[in-house]
Design a binder for this molecule. Sequence first.
Ligand code: GDP
Ligand code: IMO
Ligand code: MG
Length: 447
Amino acid sequence: MSNTHTHNEHTCVVGLGWGDEGKGKVVDLLCPHYDFVVRFNGGANAGHTVYVGDEKFALHLLPSGVLHADKQAVVGSGVVVDPIALVDEIEMLSQRGIDIDGRLHISDRAHVVLAYHKTEDLLSESAAGDSGQIGTTSRGIGPCYADKMRRTSAIRMSDLRNWDLLSSRVRAVADMKRRTLSAMSGQNVAIDAEAILSELKPCVERIRPLIGDTMLRLHDASMDGKRFLFEGANGSLLDIDHGTYPYVTSSGTTANNVGNGSGVPARSIANVLGVTKSYATRVGHGPFVTELDNAAGQRIREVGHEYGTTTGRPRRCGWFDAVATTYSVRFGGVTEIALMHLDTLSGFETVGLCTGYRLDGQALRTPPSDCSTLERVEPVFEFVKGWSEDLRSVDSYERLPETARNYIQRIESLVGAPVTIISVGPERTQTIVRNTRVVSAREEAGT
Ligand code: GDP
Ligand code: IMO
Ligand code: MG
């Protein structure tokens, strides 16, 4: 008997840009076609918005699938978990009538974010000065992943099982952090291990029953024919290896990281759905070739409500970047595209698309690896005719204005992947789905 299953048609949803592409909405929409929803990277830096009728949910650590009462939710080994943020989120859901007990499973191999990680996040940003700052979400993500790699100062979810051992470890690491952070910042950085522990204690009791071997659970479920939806956090251009380094996050943000981040072999993923807006946005610092520092950018920000879900920061806005998106599609093995926020572009006489990069008069095939060069790149824009119609109630591809369909086709041909989901508003119903494998495969297979 084979010990691996590859025919369950598992799907991974990833952002193709710098985050906030609309992954939460897409995951929520696809949930009915899957049994498990799995986070495999990032932490509470993510902010995934889902509308259920008039109700708005913002999820940070939990997979958006928790909103569906009949789905199993997994927080995989590649996620960095802040126990306090986790309990806050569980309680927020419980107050709104959503109970997670018995269907939320957290990997015992996931790493733990503690208060000193957030202190370190803030201190290293201020030490970097205005020009060197990354503009992080201050959720302690980078410092926690750094501890994971350093090993000697890391704490994992499995350590929460034994309070006495955990307490002595937190005291030892907190002392080491106090000394290194004080030396780094030249100030006396107070890190109070006892305060950390007393805040942690009730959270640990609450989440201890949820901690387990999620890799084995997923393996057994896969053998049982269950179908998984992997929910990527952040975005491909924030990927630690292939993003706009150093203005990136600290984890692998694409389907390439599903294997490590969940324990489910990456080759068992049949579909990679790349989510992108019909334009580009970025929060935080770093190069942004198509950025519009003008009235058009301001208009996209206001019409699209482009303010961060996690930090409330205004998002930087620009035209769709086909060069960067093609790069994300290429290295992330993307098989289909969900094109979001098409409604936001209504009313522009012409809509811009970046079809090429030029540097010192030369055309580039792909984004350069270093940010100082990327900052000097000039976009080659093509402008296509826009549309004035309000798209928010358009329910089929054929009913979209011809100019909007031309825009979609232009994106497909530039990026080299089919646009199978088109979103015309934040709600579930404001979505056009066509010819996709991510919702139909199981039904077609008759399982
Ligand atoms: P995520 O991090 O990728 O899940 O995206 P966020 O939730 O941070 O940001 C996306 C925002 O756009 C949310 O407020 C969504 O409700 C909203 N949204 C998603 N799709 C659409 C769309 O097609 N049109 C409009 N107008 N808003 C959308
Ligand atoms: P979702 O899942 C948008 C950005 C931060 C910053 C950089 C590093 O909602 O799409 P970090 O706190 O991770 O060390 O910050 O990455 N960033 C995001 N931007 N959406 C996200 O997540 C992000 N996660 C991280 O703004 O520029
Ligand atoms: Mg977000």
